[in-house]
Write a protein that binds this ligand. Structure first.
Ligand code: C2E
Ligand code: CA
Ligand code: CA
Ligand code: CA
Length: 279
């Protein structure tokens, strides 16, 4: 046990050590985990601020290593991004959720949206369009919508290819969402580039919004620009009722956070969706 813990902390510190060119061991294990389908999609409910009903969910990948235990996506996603593996994770997430949907006999509210996180590398070719197409085809009986959350960890360039991809995605009915809005440096630029349907308010602003006038001002501003652009807003990291109330007053349209639910296994999420339906 002690060995295991030391090994894990050595690996994790090697990973965060910027002087190391590459954390080879962890990268090797990550490749293997992807090949062996050991990355598991969890889903966190997103609720309508007015009704409190779950109308969407965000897919978040989990890596349970047999010896090392749970490895956070905050470690392995950036690692995958730097080493050309992220598109394989995107693919495995979308396909895995599709398989879960197909394997379950459930019904859900029409137009329930499933959001997948995508990275800059996912906008380098047409694979993402084909993945969304396949998902829609495979899950056609359920009337699910797909959303893609675009982060700013690595900037998506404004190329003609990206414009083409956005057009194809729009034709497919895929909703775009700007993730972590206000924490990077290309926020307003992303609004122009992607014309998103959703803007996500980062948990950095949610945490303490009820007591901090600066955070309140920032959230007011995000909502003002969202309203003008006809975007919906999702506040993430909502942990308390005080935050929920404050954000409701400020006019946020959707909530996500531990106050409502932690991310749960995909099958559990779909079960809960069905049981929450009015009879
Ligand atoms: P994110 O997209 O900003 O996701 C929100 C993070 O906040 C998730 O962390 C979620 O579990 C956590 N969270 C949700 N509610 C609360 C709350 O009430 N309080 C607090 N303190 N945290 C909350 P997680 O699952 O560890 O994921 C970390 C990041 O890894 C994500 O941040 C996302 O950027 C990335 N990620 C996860 N899965 C994928 C994936 O499949 N593809 C890509 N490209 N990125 C992913
Ligand atoms: Ca996200
Ligand atoms: Ca986020
Ligand atoms: Ca975030």
């Amino acid at each position: 046990r002690i060995f295991k813990r030391t090994f894990k902390s050595a690996l994790l510190s090697a990973l965060s050590d910027k002087t190391l060119a590459q954390p080879h061991a962890l990268l090797f294990m990550l490749r293997r985990a992807i090949n062996k389908h050991q990355l598991m999609p969890f889903i966190q409910p997103i609720v309508d601020a007015r009704t409190g009903e779950t109308v969407a969910g965000e897919v978040l990948m989990r890596w349970h290593h047999p010896a090392l235990g749970n490895i956070s996506p905050e470690y392995f996603i950036p690692l995958a991004e730097k080493n050309g593996l992220i598109s394989r994770i995107t693919e495995s997430g979308i396909q895995s959720v599709a398989r879960t949907v197909m394997s379950m006999a459930f019904i859900c509210r029409p137009e329930t949206t499933l959001f997948f996180n995508v990275s800059a590398a996912d906008f380098k070719n047409h694979a993402i369009v084909n993945l969304c197409k396949a998902f829609k085809r495979d899950t056609a009986q359920r009337d699910l919508r797909i959303g893609l959350e675009i982060t700013e960890r690595e900037a998506v360039e404004d190329t003609t290819l990206v414009k083409d991809l956005c057009k194809s995605l729009a034709l497919l009915g895929v909703d775009l969402s700007v993730d972590d809005f206000g924490t990077g440096n290309a926020n307003y630029h992303y609004l122009m580039q992607f014309r998103p349907r959703y803007i996500k308010i980062d948990k950095m602003f949610t945490a303490g919004v009820e007591a901090d006038p600066v955070k309140e001002a920032i959230v007011r501003n995000i909502i003002a620009v969202a309203t003008e652009l006809h975007c919906l807003t999702i506040a993430e990291g909502v942990e308390t009722d005080a935050q929920r109330q404050k954000l409701t007053t400020l006019g946020v349209s959707h909530f996500q956070g531990y106050f409502f639910s932690k991310p749960v296994e995909a099958s559990v999420f779909f079960h809960q969706l069905m049981h929450a339906l009015p009879l």
